[in-house]
Design a protein around this ligand. Structure first.
Ligand SMILES: *Cc1c(COP(=O)(O)O)cnc(C)c1O
Length: 393
């Protein structure tokens, strides 16, 4: 975007397009196709579609385009492509740029489906993937070679909230000529400065904070105009992972409050983390916004916030963790995040159940570990809820 508006202004206005009716609210164009005035117009549009010209909703749609322009403006990239889910964004971004024989270096602590794409799918198509400890710069340096095509990582890992130093890893990758792809869901688009810190491609599951109310599945890839239009778009539009205009419309509405929501959630996360650190039944609290987090300084430099999630370990293992979760009255047991409702997850038995025990041990996914995604409820109500549930753990 060419304006110098601040984030909140851009979240309300950027990307808006109005039809001849001048509607105030973003319109939802529930149409798969578009009518051409003449056969010559149809021919010309297939040669080169103009900025206000669309061909087919799998390629693009006015409502989806509004969402793409708004999120690109927020992330600080020239362009974006909206996808049917976060995994369509991750798999599309990787598969569109890679071919057999290519080498990728990835952080090991990944969202389960991201791990499946890198470990199973890409390798099946002849792409070699090396996994490293994302927090260990020496490991990145050792794994990235001049033949490496891309590096992939989640800027903040799930569920142990470890950070990857985006600036340092980008320097290592760029020196080898590799592209930097960052899944930035946990950092949220509000606290993200991934592009400024060196990431070339930033991927989101919009299912999380961007929707913010647990309604829609979606994703988006943000990058330079050249990369989006020349590398990603041909792959996405022909393989079918495009976002529904209805989802884009919900996201446009959600984005108006994205900054307010993420900041409120992060404030609550901080208060909850402080309260948990003082709770006798809690063995350890993981929150990047607290000085006790070993990457606290990096979190502050990289995001300026500890984010909207807190993980902690209940004393007494799985039994105590389950008693705690079952006693919660406000927080819900589920596995989404970034929702207006506070959500408690037991990673070892749900999101990370598939992992072998040695991998769980290596990633710190202990039987007593609970991940909280803080919502928009009153922080004191949440702390009271967590406190009464801990008493029963
Ligand atoms: C949820 C999530 C995804 C996948 O997104 P979907 O919208 O569920 O497909 C990918 N990466 C991270 C870090 C996530 O949290």
């Amino acid at each position: 975007m060419t304006n110098d508006w601040k984030t909140r202004t851009r979240l309300v206005h950027d990307g808006s397009r109005r039809s001849q009716y001048g509607e105030m609210a973003e319109a939802i164009f529930l149409t798969q196709g578009f009518v051409y005035p003449t056969a010559e117009d149809a021919e010309a549009r297939f040669v080169q579609a103009g900025p206000d010209e669309f061909i087919y909703a799998r390629y693009g749609n006015p409502t989806t385009r509004m969402f793409e322009e708004r999120i690109a403006s927020l992330e600080g990239t020239e362009d974006a492509f909206a996808t049917a889910s976060g995994m369509a964004a991750v798999s599309g971004a990787l598969m569109s740029m890679l071919r057999a024989g290519d080498h990728v270096v990835s952080a090991r602590a990944l969202f389960g489906s991201c791990l499946y794409v890198l470990e199973e799918v890409l390798q099946r198509f002849g792409v070699k993937v090396s996994f490293v400890d994302g927090a260990d710069l020496g490991a990145w340096r050792a794994a990235v070679t001049p033949g490496t095509k891309a590096v992939f990582f989640e800027a903040m890992s799930n569920p142990t909230l470890e950070l990857v130093d985006i600036r340092a890893v980008s320097q290592i990758a760029h020196a080898a000529g590799a592209l930097v792809m960052c899944d930035n869901v946990f950092a949220t688009p509000i606290f993200s400065r991934a592009v400024e810190q060196g990431a070339d491609v930033v991927v989101y599951s919009t299912t999380k904070h961007i929707d913010g109310q647990g309604r829609a599945l979606g994703g988006v890839v943000c990058a330079s105009r050249d990369w989006i239009r020349k590398v990603l778009e041909p792959f996405m539009k022909h393989t079918g992972g495009s976002m529904s205009p209805f989802t884009a419309w919900m996201h446009l509405n959600g984005m108006a409050t994205l900054d307010l929501r993420c900041r409120a959630m992060a404030d609550t996360a901080h208060e909850v983390a402080v309260a948990l650190e003082a709770a006798p039944k809690v063995a350890r609290v993981i929150y990047p916004g607290l000085p006790s987090h070993r990457q606290h300084a990096l979190a502050m430099a990289q995001m300026g916030s500890g984010g909207t999630l807190v993980s902690f370990e209940v004393k007494g293992g799985k039994e105590a963790a389950f008693r705690f979760m079952n006693a919660l009255k406000i927080a819900k047991i589920s596995n989404n995040l970034g929702d207006a409702k506070t959500i408690a997850t037991h990673p070892a038995t749900t999101t990370h159940q598939r992992l072998a025990q040695p991998t769980k041990d290596m990633l710190g996914i202990t039987p007593g570990l609970i991940r909280l995604s803080l919502g928009l409820e009153d922080a004191s109500d949440l702390i009271a809820d967590l406190t009464q549930a801990l008493a029963l753990a």
